[in-house]
Design a protein around this ligand. Structure first.
Ligand code: ZN
Length: 514
């Protein structure tokens, strides 16, 4: 059997397993998969080579697929847009980052002080990016929702899946339980992307990353309204930047894991495995059913508790609620919301009624994202976007599309009822959109900032990677300004002409903040 070299967690994981030889894994044939480039034959390769990079990423992504299968019951069938295979570039250029853009996962390298760092060599980073792809497959409606918490949930989800991937390795669980029986120590499993964090610290200074890692899941960050937070700032404080704010949810997730594990009363690697697998199921159940409203963290937490009540008799409800409370989020008591029937049952009649309740013009396109929920059965998330004008600095004259959302119960093609509240794109939604845009601007996360709306309407000058939006004149517009030294690459957003208007649009998700 072919053997390859593999680093099981992160090249700089403190106390983590060193590079070792493992049996070369094959991508599961029943799963949507990855086309990793450049490819390499199995073999023992030294780190920092393209051949090593191939097998390192292959092993990491397979781990992530298995986490998904264990949590969701089956491998993913297709990525966003029905793609059976997602391209993976193990070395897409010079930067300290990684990226998901709906068509590919991209990893970057950087050399400093004669040392070279490849973000593809960290299982944390590879699985984090895979997490974006998995969440985008499950909830494509999240992609363009311009709320800090929705973006931060995407970032946190990647880190949560990376933690579960680490815990799916028996040797890692055993070493963790031996080192920190109550999981309270700052160990390498809760530390995300240590090597990338170290490189970013050397390049950009101490304020750019947390102590000892890019991010720590074992943290004390407490929720506060992200629209009121500074749009950016040092890693030690919470800001409206999505990676920064993601740490609140990841902290609650990690504490839930610890509480559930400690509740078993048996501090063993076996108990830890059971807690991690149960929590993975609850997390996916929560993100599946949560509507894309501004308060998604609490929304997911509440649905995790509901899923636990429905599936486990509520055995973990207190553990989850305590964990969220420790991060400033009070979860309401679990309650199953019964669907409220619509007056008009046909798809067309229901759509007209939904548009009225969503308070959008009659021609507005309704975007349907069907999901099946453990609790509610066949459920579809409905979103209707409407434009608002940004007035934030250089974004003045640029449009932002903000969603009104509803969650509906479906049977076949007919909508049979509405679950919970219908959320029109009101003033609060606009405030959320503005705060999100301010954070993007402050963090250099927008590829092109045109001087004026008129300037933005020039024809595209540069093609980009990434999925095209639905607009007819989509493309990058205006001159591309020099990239600020601190800005991560590629930027997550750009200005595209959609419907004849310059519009702030997401390109993808990156692995880190500035
Ligand atoms: Zn990310």
């Amino acid at each position: 059997m072919a053997t390859v070299s593999y680093i099981p967690n992160d090249p700089l994981a403190s106390g983590g397993p060193p590079i070792q030889q493992v049996r070369a894994s094959r991508q599961p044939s029943k799963s949507a998969g990855f086309d990793i480039q450049p490819a390499a034959e199995p073999g023992i390769y030294p780190a920092q080579t393209p051949e090593f990079g191939f097998w390192q990423v292959q092993e990491a992504l397979i781990k992530g697929l298995k986490v998904w299968r264990d949590a969701d019951g089956a491998y993913p069938e297709a990525w966003f847009g029905g793609q059976r295979r997602l391209r993976v570039l193990t070395d897409a250029g010079d930067d300290l980052n990684a990226f998901y853009d709906r068509r590919s996962l991209q990893f970057f390298h950087h050399t400093f002080d004669g040392q070279r760092v490849h973000s593809s060599e960290s299982v944390d980073v590879a699985v984090h990016e895979e997490g974006h792809a998995l969440l985008d497959m499950l909830r494509p409606d999240f992609f363009d929702v311009p709320f800090i918490e929705v973006g931060a949930l995407h970032e946190s989800f990647g880190d949560c899946i990376a933690i579960l991937a680490a815990l799916s390795d028996r040797a890692i669980r055993e070493s963790l339980v031996a080192d920190s029986p109550d999981l309270s120590a700052k160990h390498f499993v809760q530390a995300m992307a240590e090597q990338l964090g170290d490189a970013i610290r050397r390049e950009y200074g101490d304020a750019a990353v947390e102590d000892g890692a890019l991010r720590n899941a074992s943290n004390t960050f407490s929720w506060s309204d992200p629209t009121m937070l500074p749009p950016g700032g040092p890693a030690t404080v919470l800001s409206g930047e999505v990676h920064s704010f993601s740490r609140v949810f990841t902290g609650a997730f990690y504490d839930a894991l610890r509480n559930m594990y400690l509740n078993t009363g048996n501090r063993s690697a076996v108990s830890l495995n059971r807690a991690a697998r149960t929590l993975g199921k609850l997390l996916i159940s929560g993100v599946r059913s949560v509507p894309a409203t501004p308060r998604t963290f609490e929304g997911v937490g509440r649905r995790m508790v509901e899923a636990d009540v429905a599936g486990n008799g509520g055995a973990n409800a207190a553990a989850i609620r305590t964990a969220f409370a420790a991060h400033g989020m009070t979860l309401p008591a679990p309650a199953i919301e019964m669907p409220v029937p619509l007056k008009r049952r046909t798809r067309g009649g229901a759509a007209a009624e939904l548009r009225e309740e969503l308070e959008v013009p009659s021609g507005t396109r309704l975007q349907y994202t069907p999901v099946s929920s453990d609790i509610h059965g066949e459920v579809t998330h409905v979103a209707a976007f409407r434009p608002m004008q940004l007035t934030e600095g250089e974004l003045t004259g640029v449009r932002l599309l903000v969603p009104a959302v509803a969650e509906v119960r479906t049977r076949g093609r007919s909508v049979t009822g509405v679950i919970g509240e219908i959320r029109p794109a009101d003033q609060q939604i606009e405030n959320e959109g503005r705060a999100f845009a301010r954070a993007l601007l402050a963090n250099g996360d927008i590829r092109t900032v045109p001087g004026t709306a008129a300037g933005a309407a020039e024809p595209p000058r540069r093609r980009t990677r990434g999925a095209r939006p639905g607009g007819t004149q989509a493309g990058v517009v205006g001159p591309t300004p020099p990239r600020p030294a601190f800005a991560p690459f590629p930027p997550t957003h750009e200005i595209r002409v959609i419907g004849g208007e310059p519009t702030l649009t997401r390109v993808g998700f990156s692995g880190r903040r500035r």
